[in-house]
Each structure stands twice: as structure tokens, then as C-alpha cells.
Design a protein around this ligand. Structure first.
Ligand code: CMC
Length: 373
């Protein structure tokens, strides 16, 4: 019995959703290169492409975007839950909890015909930014800023979060970030979503599983730790940064935002996000990329590993003024499209996901009565 720890190198299924060539720094959604999508497609267009498998016509995109915009508002009962949370410590924990409440309110929870799945999909994608923004409004003791149907998905989120409409650069920045996060083959959170779907559990259950899985610092939680690191190292010279890295590596700790299971060269999303973060740095008078570049050089020299998507996402979010503990939720806002697309695919070609283990404990032990132990 050969064991593949972390399922490293295991091909678990066939998919036509996305493709990574980790040696050549290639990522494609439905056959379209991520750099082309980054240059041309909005988040809404990318979501359509992933969910439906083809690029939309102008009319199809208009209709799809309008439907998303119409479904942004949360039911009153959910707003009531947000106002009555017993604690408000971890926004991602609250987000996954609200998904569960939404599931409980769905009268057609277990229906998985294509029409129902698409209704649930649109609802979840449309409502996610509202959950995140309302939570932030409430925690800051501000009145709720309700969704604005005339704004794009990205612009509307920044509007709800800050109570002012973003400028074009900020809107485009978040939009691009969402496009780049929308899908990424069989990463841990997507796999979690597919496992839930493989038991024929409901879509909300898959999204709760995926959000919980993304929360870990080795996955979507990395960007939150990256900004903490950048803040600590901001203003330090290269020698001090090197000392800091040496100390971390000596303790066998991971440097957040570096390395990847599949990319053995630069993550193509990181390339796009670095450009974006640099542009935002210049506009906002920040220097996140200066310290990031020093770190990149040192970490590569010592470990031969590259920055990943979470490394530069942190600088983008910092420049957009996103609260630091909401960074993982930004990832959810994009990746929820990939999770849902994979769940739909799993429902369609289902085989329950159930790997084996090799047992290494004792066998056939005699049971000893409690008073004899
Ligand atoms: N810092 C220091 N050393 C590292 C790092 C790192 N960030 N990443 C990899 N390595 C080293 C490490 O020495 C490892 O050896 P060991 O197993 O003895 O610790 C060796 O490289 C090989 O690692 P690997 O087998 O290529 O990595 P993996 O597939 O087991 O893990 C990873 C991939 C992303 C979990 C890991 O690189 C990591 O922990 N990175 C930091 C967290 C992070 O940035 N996560 C975001 C990932 S990208 C977006 C996402 O999925 O959310």
C-alpha cells in the first residue's frame, strides 16, 4: 500500500473547469489564460465563464450582472442574526455561520437540478459581499450601507464597506483581485466543497466546508499573516529583514505568502497582483512592494521558493483599506465561484469521495473491564 501524504501528486478526478501548468506558470479558466482574463474580463464575466463554461454575449452578461445585483440584499432575519451575534472576533467564522443560516432558510435545500443549483449559486455569490460589509458596518457601529444595484460587484462591495463610492482605480483593483481568485483547480478548500457535494449534501454545506478549510494559514489565511509580517518589517533595511527570515527558518517556521504545492515557478496570479499592488502603492503613497521585493529576493536565495497569490493580495487589500481580519473573506468573495462550479460538476458526475488509510495501530486487542485497567 503506497501512501501519498497530503495526497501530493494524486490525480483524483477529471475536470474542464481550470488548468494549471505549475512548471510553466500557466493558469487557465475554461481554456482562457489568466493574463488575458485579467486584462479583459470583469468578475461578473469571469463568474459567467466558470459557471456556464463559455464567455457570455453582451446581452447574456448584462442579464447575468443584473440578476446578481438584484439578489444582493439579505433577508431581514439574517440581518437580525448579524445584529445579535454573541461575539464578533473572527469575520470568516461569522461568514461561514451565515451561510448555514441561509441554507436553513432555503426551502429547496436538497434540490440539485441545474435550475435550482444556479439559483443557489447566484444567491450565494451575490450575497457574500453584503454579509461581509454588513458585519463590518455593524461592528463599527455604523448604519448599514445597503447594496446599490447600479454598481458592479466590486464597486458595490466597496460602497457597502465604506459608505462612499470607490473611484475607478479602486473598483478595477478589487475586480481584478476577484478575477484572479475565482478558481484554482483542486486546492484544499475546493476539494472540501467537492467532498461535501459527493455525499449529495447541499450547496451551503459545501460552501461552509470550503470556507472553514480556506481559513487555515497555509491556505487563504496566509494573506492576513503576510500583512502582519510586512508591517513588522516595514522600514527595516535588507540586512535586518534577512536576520528576521533566518530566525524564522531556523525555527522551521514557514514564511507566509511563499511556496506552492503546484507552482514550482512564479504563480501567474502573483505576477498580476504585484503589478496592481505597485500601482496602488504609488497612488496611495505606500511602500508595501518595496519591502515585499526585499523579502522575495531573500526568501528565493535561501529556499528557492517564490511568492504566491496571497503574498501580493495582502498589499492590494492594505492599499484598498480592507480591515486586516477581512482579508480571508476577500478570498472567499472570489473563490466562491470556483467552489460552486466544482460542486455543480461533482453533482453531475458523482462518485462519493472516500480514500483509504493504512492502519498502523494495534490489532485484535482483548477488551479489559474498566475495574481491571
Ligand atoms: N516557508 C519556508 N519554507 C517553505 C515554505 C515557506 N512558505 N513553503 C515551502 N517551504 C519549504 C519547506 O522546507 C518544505 O519542506 P518541509 O516539508 O520539510 O517543511 C519544502 O519547501 C517543500 O515544500 P512543498 O512540498 O513544495 O510545499 P507543500 O506543498 O507541502 O506546501 C504550502 C505548500 C503553500 C502549504 C507551503 O508552501 C506553505 O506553507 N506556504 C506558506 C503559506 C502560504 O503562503 N499559503 C498560501 C498558498 S497559495 C494560495 C492558497 O492556496 O491559499
Amino acid at each position: 500500500m503506497s501512501i501519498h501524504y497530503g495526497l501530493k501528486g494524486i490525480v483524483a478526478l477529471e475536470s474542464n473547469i481550470s488548468r494549471i501548468d505549475g512548471g510553466r506558470s500557466i493558469l487557465e479558466y475554461r481554456g482562457y489564460n489568466i493574463h488575458n482574463l485579467a486584462a479583459n474580463a470583469s468578475f461578473e464575466e469571469t463568474a459567467y465563464l466558470l459557471l456556464k463554461g463559455k464567455l457570455p454575449t453582451t446581452l447574456e452578461l448584462k442579464k447575468f450582472s443584473e440578476t446578481l445585483a438584484e439578489r444582493r440584499e439579505l433577508p431581514g432575519k439574517i440581518i437580525g442574526v448579524l445584529y445579535n451575534l454573541p461575539t464578533i472576533n473572527y469575520p470568516t467564522v461569522i461568514l461561514r455561520t451565515i451561510y448555514s443560516y441561509l441554507g436553513d432558510m432555503d426551502e429547496k435545500l436538497f434540490q440539485i437540478n441545474s435550475e435550482e443549483l444556479m439559483r443557489k449559486a447566484i444567491d450565494l455569490i451575490a450575497k457574500t459581499p453584503t454579509i461581509i460589509a454588513y458585519y463590518q458596518n455593524i461592528r463599527e457601529n455604523k448604519p448599514l450601507t445597503h447594496p446599490n444595484k447600479t454598481l458592479s460587484h466590486a464597486a458595490n462591495f466597496l460602497w457597502m464597506l465604506n459608505g462612499i463610492e470607490p473611484d475607478r482605480v479602486e473598483e478595477k483593483a478589487l475586480d481584478l483581485d476577484l478575477v484572479l481568485h475565482a478558481e484554482h483547480t483542486l486546492n484544499a478548500s475546493t476539494f472540501a466543497a467537492r467532498i461535501a457535494a459527493s455525499t449529495l449534501s447541499d450547496m451551503y454545506a459545501g460552501i461552509v466546508s470550503a470556507t472553514g478549510t480556506l481559513f487555515g494559514p497555509l491556505h487563504g489565511g496566509a494573506s492576513h499573516n503576510v500583512i502582519k509580517m510586512l508591517r513588522e518589517l516595514e522600514g527595516k533595511d535588507a540586512k535586518d529583514i534577512e536576520k528576521w527570515i533566518d530566525n524564522k527558518l531556523q525555527k522551521r517556521e514557514r514564511v507566509m505568502g511563499f511556496g506552492h504545492r503546484v507552482y514550482k515557478t512564479l504563480d501567474p496570479r502573483a505576477k498580476e497582483l504585484r503589478k496592481l499592488a505597485k500601482k496602488l502603492d504609488n497612488l496611495k503613497g505606500n511602500a508595501w512592494i518595496a519591502v515585499s521585493d526585499k523579502l522575495t529576493e531573500i526568501v528565493y536565495r535561501k529556499k528557492r521558493i517564490y511568492p504566491n497569490v496571497d503574498f501580493y493580495a495582502a498589499s492590494v487589500y492594505a492599499n484598498l483599506g480592507i480591515p486586516e481580519d477581512q482579508y480571508i473573506n476577500m478570498f472567499v468573495m472570489g473563490r466562491i465561484v470556483g467552489w460552486i462550479t466544482h460542486m455543480m460538476d461533482q453533482y453531475q458526475n458523482n462518485k462519493i469521495i472516500r480514500p483509504l488509510q493504512k492502519y498502523i495501530g494495534k490489532e485484535e486487542r482483548a477488551y479489559i473491564q474498566i475495574d481491571k485497567r
